[in-house]
Design a protein. Structure first.
Lengths: 231, 792
C-alpha cells in the first residue's frame, strides 16, 4: 500500500452568498491507492468537496492540494491543465458527447493534452479492450446501455493515466446489473493501485468498492472509517 | 396580468439578445422602407399632381414659322391620338439684358430666353399658374417663368433687348409656373413681332395632350402622328413631358432604386432574423414549453406567447424605424416640395401606415410560422429534453472533422454547424445578407466617388480664373461669364513661357438655345488641348476639331440625338451646327450642356475670351514655386494663378454616402447580431458539452477557439454567397439610379471592385461570423464548469 498523500484538504470551507456553509472547516488526507467513498444526504456538501478536489470550484477558506498541486490557487486555464494531468472524472449521467463515437469520446482528454495521435490511439484501443467495450469503438453513445456508457466514461477518465479518479454517483443512473458491473470495474482499478474518490448515496457501492468511508453531515466530517471492500 | 402576459414578458426580459436583434432588424427594415416608400411617392406625386392640375402638355412642339402656317398647326390638334391641343402660339428666342444695369455685375448678361405669345394663361393644355402679379395684357409687359434661370426675376424689373430693332424694353408684370416648362417668358401675342430678329421668321409653339403618353415609345409614336399632320420639315423640335418630369425629379429619383435595394435587403433580413429568433427560442425553450403545457397552456396559447415575444421588440423597433425614416426623409422631401411650390414636406401618412402595418404583419406571420412547432410539441417529449441522448445529427461531420490535423477544440467546433442544419441555414443567410450589404455599400461608395470625380474633373494642377471662379458645367448662375479686360494672348504667353508647364487649356461658357429644348443650353468652349480635362466619356470620344462636340446624357435624351447626329445651336441669332461625337457623364441637375472647341462658335463669337485656364505641370515641378513665378507675370494683368483644388462633394452624393453608411452599418450589425443570436442558442444548448470538455481539461482559450471554429465554415460560405449577391445588386442598382436620373453610368462606374477588395469582401462573411461569435465564445469560456455540468 502506498502511503504518499494524493489529496490533502486543510481547513477547507465553502460558503455561498446565502445559507449555511456547504463545507465547514474540513480537513482530509487521502493516500495513494486508497478508494474513498464520501457518503452523506443531499445537500451535505459531498459534491462540493468533489468539485473542490477537481478544481471545478474554489474554497472560501483552507487549502486543497492534489498530487503536490495547490488546486485552490489555480486560475481557469491552470485548473484545466491540472485536470488533464491529474484527474479522471466519472459522472452520474456519463456526460459523453453524443455526436462523437466511443473511441473519439475516449480520445478527447488525450487530444486536449496534446498527446501524440498514434500513442493516443493505442491507449484508446488498450482501454476499450481492457474494459470490454472494444466492439463498440465506432458506435455512438446513444446506442449503448447505461453500463456500457459508464464503462466508456471510465475509459475516458483513465485516458491520461491520472493519479486520481473522481466519481460522482457512478452507479446513480444505472440498473442493478449495470451497477454491479461498474462496481467490479472500480474494484479492479483500485486493486491495480488507482486512487479513487467517489461520492455516493449508495451504501452498497461504498461497501463493495471503498477501502475507506467518509460521512459528511451539514458540511462537516461526521465519520471517517477504514473498511475492507467486499470484493 | 394574465398568465400568458407574464410568460411573454418574462420571455422578452430573459432573451435580451434575441429581443435586441429583433428590434434592430425591424428598425432597419422600417427606416429603409419609409425612406424608400416616401421618396418613391415624392418622385411621382407632386409632379403628377401639378401636371394633372395644369393639364400639362405631353408634347411641346416647336415649329419653324417659315415652313408652316397657323391654320395648318391648328389642324394638327386633330391628329391621331391627340385629346387636347393649345396653340399655335408665336415664339421668339431673345437675349435680354438687365434693364436697370444695377442688379448684375459688369460683364454678365442674362441667359437667352424663349418667349411665347399667349393672350391668357389658361387653356385646354398647359393651364399656367400665375404666382405673382398679373398676366401680360398689353405691349411692353412680360411674365417670367419660375424656371427661367435669372437673378433678375421679380415683378417690376425691366428687361432690355438692345440687339433688336427699336431696342424694346419689357417690364416684368408677373411670375408664373408651367409644370410642362413650355417657355421662359410669356408676352402678349402681338409683342412677339417686336421680339423677332430681322431676317428670321420666328416660330410657333403647339401644346398637345394624347390618349396614351405614359412611355417614351408612346410619346415617340405621338410625335410621329403630329409630324405626319404637319408640313414636312416644319417641326423644329419637341419636348416630351417624360424628360421634363425626369429632370425635375432627378435628385429624388436618384435615391429611389438605392433605397428600394436597401429596403428589400432590410425586409428580407427582418423576416429571416425574426424567423430565426423565434425558431431558436422554441428550440432552446422546449423544456419550458413542456412545463407550460403541463401547467395547462393550450397549444394556441403557447404559440401566442412566442409570437408575443417577437412582436413586442418588433413593435418598438418599428416605431423607432418609422421615426428615423420620417426624420431622414424630410430634408429630401422638402427640396422636392420647394420645386413644386407645395407645402407638404412630410412623409405621406399612408406610407407610414402601410410600412408599419406591413412590417408588423410580416413579423406576425413569420413568428407564427416559427412558433407553430412549439404548439405541436408533445408535452411528454418536451419535458424529456436534456434527459435523453440526442439523435445522431452531425455525427458524420464530427467523425470527419476529428480526422483533420487540427487542434481538437477547433475540429470539435467545425462539426457543430452540421448538428442543426436549419439553424445553420438561418445563420448562413444572415451572414450572406450582411456580406451582400457590405459589398453593395462599398461598391456604391466607389461608384459615387467615381461620379464625384467625374463631376469635379479636376485633373489640372494650376488654375487661373480671369473673372472669378467659374460656375462650371451645370452650375447655372449668371451666364456668359466673359472677361472684358484681360487679353487672352497675354495669359497664354505667360503660361507657355513659364518653365514647368506641360500642357494647358482655356475654357469659357455661353448660353444658347436649341430648338425644342426648354430653357437655355450652356455651351462650354475649350481652347487648346482639353482631352485631359478629366471629363468621363460614356460612349464615343472627346471632340478633336471645331464643329465636333460632346454632350451629357440629358442633352441626348432631350434632343433624341445619338452619337454621330448633328444639332443646331442658336447663338446671338446665328445658327451653328455641331456634330455629336461623344457622350460625357455629367451628374449635374437639369442642365443642358454642350462641350466643344472654342472655334466652333466663331461665327457667333469671333473672339472668345477664356474665363479660366487649367495647367498641368511637368513631373517633379515644385507647384508652389511654379505658381509664385507665374503670378509675377499675371499679377500686373489683375489676375493670379492658384492650385486647382475642386474637391467639393455634392450634397446629393454626401447624402447618399451617409445613407449608405447608416443602412449598411445597420444591416451588418443585424447580420452580426443574427450570428450572435444563433451562437448564443448553440452555446446554451451545448453548455453541458462545454462543461464536460472543460472538466476533461479544455482551457478557456480552447473553448473560445472551439466556439469561433463553429462559425468559420458558415462565415466562409456566407461570404461566398454574399459577395456575388452584393455585386449583382450593385450592378443592377447603379445603372437603375442613373436611369432614374437620366444618366448613363459607363462600365468604369460599375466595375469598381479591385481584386484585393473582392478578396477582402469575400472574407467579410467570415469577419461578420467571427465578430458575432466573439461574445458568446467569451461567455462559454467564462461559464463555470460546475454550473454547466448541472445544466439540463
Amino acid at each position: 500500500m502506498m502511503t504518499t498523500p494524493v489529496i490533502e484538504l486543510s481547513g477547507v470551507s465553502r460558503r455561498y452568498e446565502e445559507g449555511p456553509a456547504a463545507l465547514d472547516d474540513v480537513s482530509l488526507t487521502v493516500k495513494g491507492g486508497e478508494s474513498v467513498a464520501i457518503l452523506g444526504p443531499s445537500g451535505s456538501g459531498k459534491s462540493t468537496m468533489l468539485n473542490l478536489i477537481a478544481g471545478l470550484d474554489r474554497p472560501s477558506a483552507g487549502t486543497v492540494t492534489v498530487d503536490g498541486v495547490r488546486v485552490d490557487r489555480l486560475g481557469e486555464s491552470g485548473s484545466a491543465r491540472y485536470r488533464r494531468a491529474k484527474i479522471g472524472m466519472i459522472f452520474q449521467f456519463f456526460n459523453l458527447l453524443d455526436d462523437l463515437t466511443v473511441s473519439d469520446n475516449v480520445l478527447l482528454p488525450a487530444e486536449m493534452a496534446g498527446m501524440a495521435r498514434g500513442e493516443a490511439r493505442r491507449r484508446v484501443a488498450e482501454l476499450l479492450d481492457a474494459l470490454g467495450i472494444a466492439r463498440h469503438a465506432r458506435a455512438y453513445p446513444g446506442r449503448l446501455s447505461g453500463g456500457e456508457r459508464q464503462r466508456v466514461a471510465v475509459a475516458r477518465a483513465l485516458m491520461n493515466r491520472p493519479p486520481l479518479l473522481l466519481a460522482d454517483e457512478p452507479t446513480g443512473a444505472l440498473d442493478s446489473a449495470s451497477g454491479q458491473d461498474v462496481k467490479a470495474l472500480l474494484n479492479d482499478l483500485n486493486a491495480d493501485g488507482q486512487t479513487i474518490v467517489m461520492v455516493t448515496h449508495d451504501l452498497t457501492l461504498a461497501q463493495a468498492c471503498a477501502t475507506r468511508t467518509v460521512s459528511i453531515v451539514d458540511g462537516r466530517i461526521a465519520a471517517d472509517i477504514r473498511t475492507e471492500a467486499t470484493r | 396580468m394574465s398568465g400568458l402576459g407574464k410568460v411573454v414578458r418574462s420571455g422578452v426580459r430573459r432573451r435580451k439578445v434575441q429581443t435586441l436583434v429583433t428590434g434592430l432588424a425591424a428598425t432597419m427594415a422600417v427606416t429603409a422602407s419609409v425612406l424608400g416608400g416616401s421618396l418613391l411617392v415624392a418622385s411621382n406625386g407632386p409632379f403628377d399632381q401639378a401636371f394633372s392640375r395644369q393639364h400639362g402638355a405631353h408634347l411641346t412642339a416647336q415649329f419653324d414659322a417659315g415652313r408652316t402656317a397657323a391654320a395648318q398647326l391648328s389642324a394638327s390638334g386633330h391628329a391621331a391620338g391627340v385629346t387636347a391641343a393649345s396653340g399655335p402660339f408665336r415664339t421668339a428666342t431673345v437675349n435680354p439684358h438687365d434693364g436697370s444695369d444695377a442688379e448684375l455685375p459688369a460683364g454678365m448678361s442674362l441667359p437667352p430666353m424663349t418667349a411665347v405669345g399667349r393672350a391668357d394663361p389658361g387653356g385646354p393644355v398647359d393651364d399656367i399658374t400665375l404666382l405673382q402679379g398679373t398676366w401680360a395684357s398689353s405691349p411692353g409687359q412680360v411674365v417670367l417663368s419660375t424656371t427661367y434661370d435669372s437673378p433678375v426675376k421679380r415683378v417690376g424689373a425691366t428687361l432690355r433687348f438692345p440687339d433688336l430693332p427699336g431696342q424694346p424694353t419689357l417690364t416684368v408684370v408677373g411670375l408664373a409656373r408651367s409644370v410642362s416648362q413650355t417657355a421662359d417668358a410669356w408676352v402678349t401675342p402681338s409683342e412677339i413681332a417686336s421680339l423677332t430678329a430681322p431676317g428670321t421668321t420666328g416660330g410657333y409653339q403647339m401644346l398637345y395632350r394624347f390618349a396614351t403618353a405614359g412611355t417614351a415609345a408612346q410619346v415617340t409614336a405621338d410625335r410621329a402622328a403630329v409630324t405626319a399632320a404637319t408640313p414636312t420639315g416644319a417641326l423644329a423640335g419637341v419636348q416630351s413631358w417624360l424628360n421634363t418630369k425626369q429632370g425635375t425629379d432627378r435628385n429624388t429619383a436618384l435615391f429611389v432604386p438605392f433605397l428600394i435595394a436597401f429596403g428589400l435587403l432590410g425586409v428580407l433580413m427582418s423576416v429571416l432574423i425574426v424567423g430565426n429568433v423565434v425558431a431558436g427560442a422554441v428550440g432552446t425553450g422546449t423544456r419550458r414549453i413542456g412545463i407550460l403545457k403541463a401547467l395547462g397552456f393550450t397549444p394556441a396559447q403557447v404559440v401566442r406567447s412566442y409570437m408575443g415575444q417577437a412582436l413586442i421588440p418588433a413593435a418598438v423597433g418599428t416605431a423607432i424605424g418609422a421615426v428615423a425614416g420620417n426624420a431622414l426623409a424630410i430634408p429630401v422631401l422638402s427640396t422636392t416640395a420647394q420645386v413644386y411650390g407645395t407645402t407638404t414636406a412630410g412623409v405621406a401618412p399612408w406610407v407610414d401606415v402601410a410600412v408599419i402595418a406591413g412590417a408588423l404583419g410580416l413579423v406576425t406571420l413569420t413568428a407564427w410560422a416559427a412558433a407553430l412547432r412549439a404548439g405541436r410539441l408533445r408535452t411528454v417529449d418536451a419535458l424529456a429534453v436534456g434527459r435523453t441522448p440526442r439523435t445522431g445529427r452531425g455525427q458524420r461531420a464530427a467523425r470527419l472533422t476529428a480526422r483533420l490535423p487540427l487542434p481538437r477544440p477547433v475540429s470539435l467546433g467545425l462539426a457543430h454547424p452540421f448538428a442543426r442544419p436549419a439553424r445553420t441555414a438561418g445563420m448562413l443567410a444572415a451572414i450572406a445578407f450582411g456580406a451582400a450589404a457590405a459589398t453593395f455599400a462599398i461598391g456604391m461608395g466607389s461608384s459615387l466617388s467615381w461620379a464625384q470625380t467625374a463631376k469635379n474633373h479636376d485633373t489640372a494642377d494650376v488654375a487661373i480664373h480671369t473673372f472669378g471662379p467659374p460656375p462650371g458645367p451645370g452650375q447655372r448662375g449668371p451666364s456668359a461669364v466673359t472677361p472684358v479686360t484681360i487679353d487672352p494672348s497675354a495669359v497664354t504667353t505667360a503660361i507657355t513661357a513659364q518653365s514647368g508647364t506641360l500642357k494647358y487649356y482655356g475654357t469659357a461658357n455661353t448660353d444658347v438655345t436649341v430648338a425644342g429644348v426648354s430653357g437655355s443650353t450652356t455651351v462650354f468652349t475649350f481652347t487648346g488641348d482639353s482631352s485631359w480635362a478629366g471629363y468621363k466619356v460614356v460612349s464615343g470620344r472627346w471632340f478633336r476639331r471645331p464643329g465636333e462636340a460632346v454632350v451629357p446624357s440629358t442633352f441626348m435624351t432631350a434632343t433624341a440625338a445619338h452619337i454621330g447626329d448633328t444639332a443646331t445651336l442658336e447663338d446671338h441669332g446665328k445658327a451653328i451646327r455641331i456634330r455629336i461625337v461623344g457622350e460625357v457623364f455629367d451628374p449635374h441637375t437639369q442642365t443642358n450642356e454642350v462641350l466643344t472647341d472654342a472655334a466652333t462658335l466663331t461665327a457667333a463669337e469671333p473672339a472668345p475670351h477664356p474665363a479660366s485656364y487649367y495647367i498641368k505641370v511637368k513631373a517633379g515641378t515644385n507647384l508652389g514655386a511654379y505658381i509664385n513665378t507665374l503670378n509675377t507675370t499675371l499679377t500686373p494683368l489683375g489676375i493670379s494663378a492658384e492650385t486647382d483644388q475642386v474637391h467639393g462633394t455634392s450634397d446629393v452624393i454626401l447624402a447618399l454616402d451617409a445613407l449608405t453608411a447608416i443602412l449598411t452599418l445597420m444591416l451588418v450589425a443585424v447580420a452580426g447580431l443574427g450570428v450572435l443570436n444563433t451562437v448564443v442558442l448553440e452555446t446554451r444548448e451545448r453548455v453541458r458539452e462545454i462543461g464536460v470538455a472543460k472538466a476533461l481539461g479544455m482551457t478557456p482559450s480552447q473553448t473560445v477557439w472551439m466556439v469561433l471554429a463553429s462559425v468559420v465554415i458558415v462565415g466562409l460560405i456566407g461570404g461566398a454567397i454574399g459577395l456575388p449577391a452584393g455585386l449583382a445588386l450593385h450592378a443592377v442598382t447603379v445603372p437603375a439610379m442613373g436611369h432614374s436620373a437620366g444618366l448613363n453610368f459607363p462600365a468604369a462606374a460599375i466595375n469598381v471592385y479591385p481584386a484585393s477588395e473582392l478578396i477582402a469582401l469575400g472574407l467579410g462573411g467570415l469577419l461578420i461570423a467571427v465578430l458575432g461569435a466573439l461574445m458568446p465564445a467569451g461567455w462559454a469560456a467564462r461559464a463555470r464548469t460546475v454550473t454547466a455540468l448541472r445544466t439540463e
